[in-house]
Design a protein around this ligand. Sequence first.
Ligand code: IMP
Ligand code: MG
Length: 177
Amino acid sequence: MSFFELGDGEVQISQAQIQQRIQELGQQISQDYAGKQPHLICVLNGAYHFMSDLSRAISLPITVDFLAVSSYGVETKTSGEVKLVKDLSLPLSGREVILVEDIVDTGLTMNYLLSYLEGRGPNSVKVAALLSKPSRRKVEVPVAYLGFEIPDAYVYGYGLDRAHFDRNIPFISSIKS
Ligand code: IMP
Ligand code: MG
């Protein structure tokens, strides 16, 4: 922990806690999708570690794909306008899709992505999110597989950035706001 800086905020989730929870989610998904071949879609950039660990915690044949979105600047995020900056490579028709996201905050990004994916003809779409800030929600989004519920704090680490840095921190920390 020498190189990485712990924030002074109330959210502190250790590497062991993250890994333990992801194993549980992976087992749950493996049970729920038994006999099926779920298609995991990672929302870049924030979910890249979660996707990697979650996919390896699932004991089923799976396929993976990636998309990237950018909110139009931090300020306009509240508008819910999301720009797709990297599209999917594989078709969704007839697939059991699990959308893998780092954090659901207002829910606007998820809401946009869910309707985007639904339009491509999957058999089902569920959301797996590592973190959720329910007190910030503007639109309700169903999160089938949730890692941790957290209070309204800015978190970073384990894929989540702080001004583009700190994604490589192996734990999650927050700063006092
Ligand atoms: P939403 O559309 O408000 O739900 O925003 C979701 C996106 O905002 C997430 O996918 C993250 O990329 C980003 N985000 C929201 N809260 C945080 C945070 O506390 N730390 C880092 N990124 C965040
Ligand atoms: Mg994100």
